[in-house]
Design a protein around this ligand. Structure first.
Ligand SMILES: NC(=O)c1ccc[n+]([C@@H]2O[C@H](COP(=O)([O-])OP(=O)(O)OC[C@H]3O[C@@H](n4cnc5c(N)ncnc54)[C@H](OP(=O)(O)O)[C@@H]3O)[C@@H](O)[C@H]2O)c1
Length: 87
């Protein structure tokens, strides 16, 4: 089974992608544990599939290293986490 890690999967475009891929197994990543927990509950309610959550700030090198340090299978990585609205 293909496992997709979606960095930014707790909301917006990443969450929409997670909904499409949830049957294959997804890991959603973000900074807010509460946001991730809410998204996970929504995804699990939406259909069968395995949903994991990981807290990480991809602006922090040590968080990124930790994210990929384990032995979890990751076949695809999608990154929608960004703050490009500007001001
Ligand atoms: N939606 C659109 O149609 C659209 C179109 C063009 C451009 N964009 C741009 O694309 C980006 C994503 O859009 P979106 O609508 O999906 O936004 P969104 O709903 O704000 O989703 C971004 C996700 O990324 C996570 N995130 C942000 N910074 C992070 C970090 N440093 N480390 C880990 N996770 C992080 C956020 O969770 P936490 O805050 O919990 O970390 C959030 O769940 C935005 O910059 C937006 O301006 C969006």
């Amino acid at each position: 089974m293909t496992e997709t890690m979606i960095i930014g999967g707790g909301s917006g475009m990443g969450f929409a992608l997670a909904r499409v891929l949830v049957a294959e197994g997804v890991t959603i990543v973000g900074r807010s544990i509460d946001r991730l927990a809410t998204a996970r509950a929504d995804l699990e309610q939406a259909g069968s599939g395995r949903v994991q959550t990981r807290r990480a700030d991809i602006g922090r090198e040590e968080d990124v290293a930790e994210l990929f340090a384990g032995d979890q299978q990751v076949d695809r990585v999608a990154v929608t986490a960004a703050d490009i609205a500007g001001s």
